[in-house]
Design a protein around this ligand. Structure first.
Ligand code: IPM
Ligand code: MN
Length: 383
């Protein structure tokens, strides 16, 4: 059988540091279960590659990566030291362009960002019920506010006008909302298996075991807000077992802080999802523990991409203090995803998740270095 192949792209800043721990864990799992798993390391996309070649990655980068079953990405972006303007060369939009090009190039139309407060993770909210935060934010990842259309008229003059066009298609709206309902069902089934069921009320007083909350800004952005709402209501009819809810994005921000334990699956547009998932990351213990992935569930011939929600964190890069937990949870999700190709990877993914969770439960709150955390988790994985 062909091996499952992973393209490893550590990137910038803390990316290579947290990636090193992910690779160590993968090595342990591969040896222990004799997994048919291979990975290839790429020095791009990265700021370092840009410094040498004047571009963030080679011209045929997407073609090279297309051959792989998944991309495991550390973090991108490097503003350089603030006190050295000579090195401050690369505008953010340029160093991050590959990230958006990958999502677009492989049509990774789902961005999954779970926010579950694992035991031992830092609880930022004082309310005891915040311990039960367990939501999955699903961000539309292919269009919306991120289509990059528009421009600057009369640039550099006092009469300048910048436009940024948002595009929402029926096709992309329908698939992301349907994906949300499917995930809600799967999560309910999972909870039943783990005897930790939750209940959600529908508007007509029925009780369901899962919920999908749609986010829009329908009161001001009615064109796509109405499209989202209509599609949501239509798809929801096929899932009478899932409770539905609709929040305007500003109110959702408030409720994420006030009563986040009330949410299950949340479906949001590209930009609104981007913003909400930084907030959700804090509810789950902070950027250091927030996993993320960019999936293409419909085309098995292109790789999906797995990268933590956090960025390259230039302020702490090079010090060996970045928390690899988010990267390791992301790696666990990757293995679980790749089980579609090789079922043996499913249990490896679960094992990695359980080891990370157990480590957090035992040591969460104790200051430890990147390598110490990775080492402790590797020990738990060892046969
Ligand atoms: C994220 C990031 C990216 C995004 C940036 C770096 C372009 O914030 O993955 O959440 O906006 O999608
Ligand atoms: Mn973001």
């Amino acid at each position: 059988a062909h091996p499952t192949r992973i393209a490893v792209t550590p990137g910038d800043g803390i990316g290579p540091e947290v990636m090193a721990e992910a690779i160590r864990c993968l090595e342990v799992l591969r040896a222990k279960h004799r997994l048919n798993l291979e990975w290839t390391r790429f020095p791009w996309p990265s700021h370092a590659w840009h410094q040498e070649h004047g571009v963030c990655w080679p011209q045929d980068a997407l073609d090279q990566l297309r051959e792989f079953d998944a991309i495991l990405l550390g973090a991108l972006g490097d503003p350089g030291p603030a006190d050295d303007p000579e090195r401050y060369l690369l505008p953010d939009s340029e160093s991050l362009a590959p990230l958006l090009a990958l999502r677009k190039g492989f049509d990774q139309w789902v961005c999954e960002r779970p926010a579950r407060l694992l035991k031992g993770a830092r609880q930022y909210l004082a309310d005891d019920r915040a311990r039960d935060v367990d939501m999955l934010v699903i961000r539309e990842n292919s269009e919306g506010e991120y289509v990059g259309q528009g421009g600057r008229l009369r640039k550099g003059t006092p009469d300048e006008v910048a436009t940024q066009v948002e595009v929402f298609t029926y096709r992309a709206t329908e698939r992301i909302i349907r994906y949300g309902f499917e995930q809600a069902r799967l999560r309910a089934e999972d909870r039943v298996r783990q005897s930790r069921t939750r209940t959600f009320q529908t508007h007509d007083g029925r009780v369901c075991e899962s919920q999908v909350c749609l986010i829009t800004k329908r009161n001001a952005l009615g064109h796509w807000g109405d499209l989202y709402t209509e599609v949501f209501e239509t798809v929801a009819r096929e899932y009478p077992d899932v409770a539905t809810h609709h929040e305007l994005v500003d109110a959702a921000c408030m409720k994420f802080v006030q009563s986040p334990w009330r949410f299950d699956v949340v479906v949001a547009s590209n930009l609104q999802g981007d913003i909400l998932t930084d907030l959700a990351a804090v509810l789950s213990g902070g950027m250091g523990v927030a996993p993320s992935c960019n999936l293409n569930p419909t085309d098995p011939t292109v790789p999906s991409m797995f990268e933590p929600t956090h960025g390259s964190a230039p302020d702490i890069a090079g010090q060996g203090i970045a928390d690899p937990t988010a990267m390791l949870l992301t790696t666990a999700r990757m293995l679980e995803w790749l089980a579609r190709k090789d079922p043996a990877l499913a249990s490896a993914g679960r094992e990695l998740f359980d080891a990370v969770a157990a480590d957090l439960e035992q040591h969460g709150g104790t200051p430890r270095g990147t390598h110490d955390i990775g080492e402790a988790i590797c020990k738990r994985l060892q046969p």
